[in-house]
Write a protein that binds this ligand. Structure first.
Ligand code: DGL
Length: 266
């Protein structure tokens, strides 16, 4: 059971920002990643449809023997995490924008949040904002177009820079000192964002907190991998494996990752 893999999924390559953290924290664990790139983006889609996708992917990951599943997608977490937790007997770790951390850190009492439409519309986001961001001005911005650019590997492009300026300049003008990355595709833009905002603004990616949460659960359940050899990675996509391979090469330098095309049962 301990050598059973950790499952990670996202609407596409975005969850690889979480995979990187998890891989770094758990070098001996086997990991199965699923990118639903053929149906990306999830952000503008209705919650029922995303929940349906999340269940199909969960079934697939369970067939691969996963012992825990990370929903490495804020949008899918917002739409489906309650249904997944109620319907399957396996731990799920979800993602949500790090509003609490931003609210605790801010000195100007102003924070910027960049996320998808689906994430802003979810119950989770509203509950967290109400709980932790009372008396703090939050500037919420849908990062339209960014997911599509990340999927094409264009996270350092001029087009990305222009879009980011459009979304972030108003936040800077409003004097935010924290910017929350509320979509797992956005950390790939972090170098550009940091260039735009400068050193006095913190750009918060919740992926490290997610990796710690995974550690807590696997330790509690005594399911940590005890092998000494390095863990394996298998990357599945509902899209094209060459696209996933080229993205992985751009973030890891490895041009020989185990990328496979997955066909999901309806
Ligand atoms: N990476 C995703 C998220 O964290 C999904 C983005 C999308 O597919 O629109 O929200």
């Amino acid at each position: 059971m301990n050598s059973a893999p950790i499952g990670i999924f996202d609407s596409g390559v975005g969850g690889l920002s979480v995979w990187k953290e998890v891989r770094a924290m758990f070098p001996h664990e086997n990991i199965v990643y699923f990118a639903d790139s053929a149906r990306c983006p999830y952000g503008p889609k209705p919650a029922e449809q995303i929940t349906q996708y999340a269940k199909q992917i969960t079934n697939f990951l369970l067939q691969q023997g996963c012992k825990l599943i990370i929903v490495a997608c804020n949008t899918a977490t917002a739409a489906a995490i309650d249904t997944l937790r109620a319907g399957y007997n396996i731990p799920f770790v979800g993602m949500e924008p790090a509003v609490k951390q931003a609210a605790l850190n801010t000195k100007t009492r102003k924070i910027g949040i960049l996320a998808t439409k689906g994430t802003f519309g979810g119950r989770l986001f509203k509950a967290t904002s109400q709980k932790y961001a009372q008396g703090i001005e939050s500037i919420e911005q849908v990062g339209e177009g960014l997911v599509e650019l990340a999927e094409k590997g264009l996270y350092a492009s001029d087009e990305a820079r222009q879009l980011l300026h459009k979304y972030i300049d108003p936040m800077m003008a409003a004097d935010v000192d924290q910017i929350v990355l509320g979509c797992t595709h956005y950390p790939f833009f972090k170098p550009l964002i940091e260039e735009i905002v400068g050193a006095n603004v913190s750009v918060i990616d919740p992926a490290p907190a997610v990796a710690h949460r995974v550690l807590d659960i696997l330790s509690q359940n005594q399911q940590l991998e005890s092998q000494t050899k390095l863990g394996d990675d298998i990357f599945y996509t509902s899209g094209e494996s060459v696209v996933l391979q080229s993205f992985l090469q751009s973030i890891t330098g490895n041009n020989n990752c185990d990328c496979r095309v997955a066909v999901l049962e309806k």
